[in-house]
Design a protein around this ligand. Structure first.
Ligand code: HEC
Ligand code: CU
Length: 356
């Protein structure tokens, strides 16, 4: 590599370093415009010292205002949180809880109307039973009649209870062809499970106004479930199928009828006895030839009660259509009742027995 300029005098390498570079940018004659806003806008021309100081103060004030605003919002969020969800330690009712309670009450009050309109004719106005089984029994409500179970019964119909395909209890859920939607079913369940410790207001089903009694007071009702109810430790759980419980316990062994004893005929059909009066001789065992014609009603029987309602003869329930002869031991002269233990509150399942 040869450099022709190298050996020329005055051109020694040391003198050529550092190489001088031409200026990269031309020096502008005026300061470069770095703002996009026009000059007169950003001019502070004409500001007095006081005015400038005031601007500085004002911007300080603005920062305070912003700070206070943020502080207020932050405080509001904290207070609102406690308002909604409750203050720890202090025992207040949080708004969310109060609202949920309110809705529960509304649901129970709607359920009451639905129950009275749809279910009371079979299960009794206060769940005491009738054509259908009793519902307001504490040992039954304790776990047997839980939310899920009632929902299943209302969805599937009475066949869910004892597997009886001819059960009188219809399907209620509209998902299964019944008349009630899921909200109405939830309301009925809320009503059946409502506590007996609380009073609820009766509402007119059409107007939704509270119902006034003849005394000018708002009519109320109570739930069925006693929250403090505990079954006996030895109690067996309520059986899955209610017709197993009717009459209760094992029936007494049947005595045999003496020859030429009186035998009364008694039929149970359409949840009614016929006849509604029977008579028998005093001091002699007699028979009741019992014909049961209803299917899917949980069965019938004819127990003998004293006039004051004490049961003196507990006859076994006949759960399917058929015929049986009940043997009634000798009774002293007097008036007695015969009653179906499955449908004790149906008037036509109560007859009068005259022993003379
Ligand atoms: C036509 C009469 C009838 C009507 C109306 C009726 N039920 Fe029933 N219900 C029955 C009968 C009968 C049974 C027993 C079912 C069986 O064993 O076949 C029953 C069973 C039940 C059971 C199960 C009880 C148990 O011991 O397991 C519940 C819960 C119930 N019904 C709730 C209702 C509700 C809620 C309504 C109103 C929406 C209603 N029922 C309307 C006749 C009726
Ligand atoms: Cu009966």
């Amino acid at each position: 590599m040869t450099d022709p300029t190298r050996d020329r005098p005055g051109n020694e390498p040391e003198r050529r370093l550092p190489a001088r570079r031409p200026p990269s940018e031309p020096v502008p004659s005026r300061p470069v415009e770095r703002f996009t806003a026009p000059r007169q806008v950003r001019s502070i021309g004409g500001l007095t010292a006081e005015r400038a100081a005031k601007i500085v103060r004002q911007s300080g004030d603005a920062r305070w205002v912003a700070f206070l605003g943020v502080a207020i919002v932050a405080l509001f969020v904290i207070l609102y949180y406690f308002y909604e969800l409750g203050v720890p330690i202090i025992n207040t009712t949080p708004r969310l809880q109060a609202e949920a309670d309110n809705q529960q009450v509304t649901s129970i009050e709607r359920g009451y109307n639905l129950y009275e309109a749809n279910c009371a004719r079979c299960h009794g106005a206060s769940g005491q039973g009738g054509i259908g089984p009793v519902l307001n029994d504490q040992s039954k409500l304790f776990s047997h009649l839980n939310e899920q179970y009632i929902k299943n019964v209302l969805t599937v119909g009475g066949r869910y209870v004892c597997g009886n395909s001819k059960s009188l209890m219809p399907v209620w859920a509209d998902t299964n062809g019944g008349p009630l939607n899921y909200l109405q079913i939830a309301d009925i369940i809320a009503f059946i499970r409502a506590p007996s410790t609380q009073e609820f207001v009766q509402h007119d089903p059409q107007l939704n106004e509270p119902v006034m009694g003849p005394d000018g007071k708002v009519q109320t009702f109570k739930g069925w479930v006693d929250p403090s109810f505990k079954p006996e430790p030895s109690a067996s759980p309520f059986p899955d199928c209610w017709s197993g419980t009717a009459g209760g316990g094992t029936p007494a062994p049947q005595a045999t009828l003496p020859p030429n004893a009186t035998v009364d005929k008694l039929t149970a059909e359409n949840i009614a006895f016929s006849p509604l009066t029977l008579s028998a001789p005093a001091g002699k065992a007699f028979g009741i030839d019992f014909t049961m014609k209803d299917a899917g009603v949980g069965g019938h029987d004819a127990d003998i009660l004293k006039e004051d309602g004490t049961k003196i003869v507990d006859n076994p329930v006949v759960s399917e259509p058929g015929e049986t002869t009940y043997v009634i031991p000798a009774l002293p002269a007097g008036t007695y009742k015969y009653q179906c233990s499955v449908h004790p509150s149906v008037p036509n399942m109560n007859g009068t027995l005259t022993v003379k």
